[in-house]
Design a protein. Structure first.
Length: 623
């Protein structure tokens, strides 16, 4: 956010013009009023010995108008008056003129002026409203600029520090006395004039003090104190932010998605009277921006219901020739980006060896997503590094209320942090902390979008991770003669963002009607299952060699030897005895514990003969 130019700010213009109010009191830039700004004394000098008449009363002396709102219509036009200030501005100035001169009331002053545009969330800090969405004010830069503007507004409060009704009556009476001929002025009149003069001086001092206080408010320490006091007064609960997950915020409109009954469905009951269950379909409603929706994200696209994306469709047809794969991407990314929450508990992994379009596709969708997308380092979800309990975790904190989390090009051979993947895709509570902020908890509502030239390193045994992962192959290699430079292609496709948004909306409508499962291609399912079996040798061994038989049992050592032989025969690296035993237990195989340990309810099939026996050379001697 940039500071409002002085020319466009009526409060700053009003302060700069130093306009008078029923006198020659001025709003000045320094802490002390100029000599000319001091109110003229109301006492009239005595007549000279020659009998000269006293000078006429100064019409600019403070008068009875001080006991109410000043009559700004009487201010000379050339002074500028308070032109440019609205009636609401004047009401705020009048109210704030009565506040105390301390940090607490400065916070209240600021909230009076800017409270509709700010809020404070524990753990996140200050939020500011930016035309069409709320934004986290990282570093408090925006709110500090807004708070600095308070200096000029407090200066204007001096115009509204008015005499009390009693003092106003005193000054009015003194004005009447000052009009008397000098000879008619009594001792009581002179006492009244003295009191009125003191009252005017006191009022001028209060106004000057307010201006000095305004100048001091501009100090950095006062700005910090103001914001500290205001934080509790403008506190917002974290769960209010982005509460309606069916909203998608574009630059020009907000889209609201929902599931409604199909208005075209025939609901005539069956012949036997059985009612027809209503069929649900997707629906989109176009709304104007509303700060009350508390949306913190903004897509980098304008909504245009008539927009198309021919270049994007041609690119996708070249990179993913099978219609079923393109439909899957359309439905998956429509669901992942346009509505919050990962109800499907899915993680997509785009796999391909390069020059296949996957990175261009991910960046095109992500670029359109704007701040609904968050790009994180592969280190966030790979490896086994652990943080200390009090360490900041800004990489995790950045995932708060984002929807489309992109992790590109995972390092080869680095294992996924499977517990984290399950947590972020399963809706479990996460704890994070921005630098120099408090810890806060949140439930992830995003879908992880992973990609790489190598397949992800998954341990292989945990069904909780495998049921989430959808490995999506990009198998076409674009010939060098057809390739367009990466940034150039992104620029071409960025011109069609409005059309790409409509393509995703079509995908979301299918998802809201049918769910995701009908659109997951068999290719994706098989690719994922094949890789799972490759990464889970124990599961493959059990599937290949163990035969269910309630009357049978296999000694544990015999089972382990059979597993080792099977791995050797199939060129696989066998797991150690401990890992093998844990996996067998996880797969549900029961053990009988005693002098010897047995696996119950199974028998072994044909175990491949190997050279694992040291007495067997593995070859037949010459005869």
């Amino acid at each position: 956010m940039t500071d409002t130019p002085d020319d466009d700010n009526p409060v700053k213009r009003a302060a700069a013009r130093q306009r008078p109010v029923k006198g020659n009191f001025k709003v000045i830039d320094g802490g002390k009023p100029e000599e000319s700004a001091k109110p003229k004394r109301g006492r009239k000098p005595k007549a000279s010995a020659e009998g000269e008449a006293p000078p006429a009363a100064d019409p600019d002396d403070p008068g009875p108008g001080d006991d109410g709102l000043p009559d700004f219509d009487d201010v000379e036009e050339e002074s500028g008056g308070l032109a440019g200030l609205s009636e609401d501005d004047i009401v705020v100035l009048k109210r704030n003129a009565e506040r105390d001169e301390n940090d607490r009331d400065n916070a209240r002053r600021w909230i009076d002026w800017d409270g509709q545009r700010v809020g404070h969330v524990r753990g996140l800090g200050w939020m500011t409203y930016q035309v069409n969405h709320w934004k986290r004010d990282d570093g408090d830069l925006d709110v500090r600029l807004m708070a600095q503007d308070l200096v000029d507004k407090i200066k204007l409060e001096a115009l509204f520090i008015l005499a009390t009704p009693r003092v106003g009556r005193l000054i009015a009476a003194a004005e009447a006395v000052s009009k008397k001929p000098e000879a008619d002025i009594t001792a009581a009149d002179r006492s009244l004039l003295t009191k009125a003069d003191k009252a005017r001086t006191t009022l001028a001092k209060k106004r000057a003090a307010r201006i000095r206080f305004a100048v001091g408010t501009g100090n950095a320490s006062k700005t910090t104190a103001l914001l500290t006091q205001a934080a509790s007064q403008k506190s917002i609960e974290q769960d209010v932010l982005d509460r309606d997950r069916m909203l998608f915020n574009c630059r020009n409109k907000t889209l609201r998605f929902s599931r409604i009954n199909d208005p075209e469905q025939d609901l005539t009951p069956e012949a036997d009277g059985t009612p027809i269950p209503p069929r649900k379909i997707g629906h989109v409603e176009v709304l104007e921006h509303d700060r009350g929706n508390m949306i913190t994200k903004l897509a980098d696209v304008d909504y245009d219901p008539d927009a198309t994306c021919p270049r994007f469709m041609a690119f996708l047809e070249r990179s993913q020739p099978e219609p079923v794969m393109r439909k899957f991407l359309q439905v998956f990314d429509g669901f992942a980006l346009l509505i919050g929450g990962n109800g499907e508990q899915k993680v997509i992994y785009h796999f391909g060896h390069g020059a296949n379009g996957k990175s261009i596709y991910i960046e095109t969708i992500g670029g359109m997503a704007g701040t609904f997308r968050t790009v994180v380092s592969p280190d966030t979800i790979t490896g086994d590094a652990q943080r200390g309990g009090q360490q900041a975790s800004p990489d995790i904190a950045r995932l708060f209320n984002t929807r489309y989390v992109v992790v590109e090009e995972l390092p080869k051979g680095t294992p996924l942090r499977e517990s984290l993947i399950k947590a972020v895709s399963g809706g479990g509570t996460m704890i994070a902390r921005f630098l120099q902020k408090e810890f806060f908890e949140f439930r992830p509502i995003f879908v992880p979008i992973l990609s790489g030239n190598e397949l992800p390193e998954i341990s292989g045994g945990d069904n909780g991770i495998w049921r989430r992962v959808l490995i999506t192959p990009w198998e076409v290699t674009i010939p060098e003669g057809e390739r367009i430079q990466f940034d150039e292609m992104l620029e071409i496709l960025a011109a069609e963002r409005a059309g790409i948004l409509n393509w995703l909306i079509e995908g979301l409508m299918l998802y809201l009607r049918d769910g995701l499962d009908p659109y997951i291609p068999e290719k994706v399912k098989k690719f994922t299952q094949d890789y799972r079996e490759e990464k889970d040798p124990v599961g493959r061994f059990c599937k290949a060699l163990l035969i269910p038989d309630a009357e049978s049992k296999v000694q544990a050592r015999t089972m382990l030897a059979a597993y080792n032989d099977w791995c050797l025969a199939n060129g696989l690296k066998a797991w150690n005895e401990t890992s093998f035993g844990k996996t067998m237990r996880r797969l549900g195989y029961q053990k009988e514990e005693g002098r010897l340990v047995y696996y119950l309810g199974v028998r072994l099939g044909d175990v491949p003969r190997t050279t694992s026996d040291p007495r067997d050379p593995g070859w037949s001697p010459d005869r």
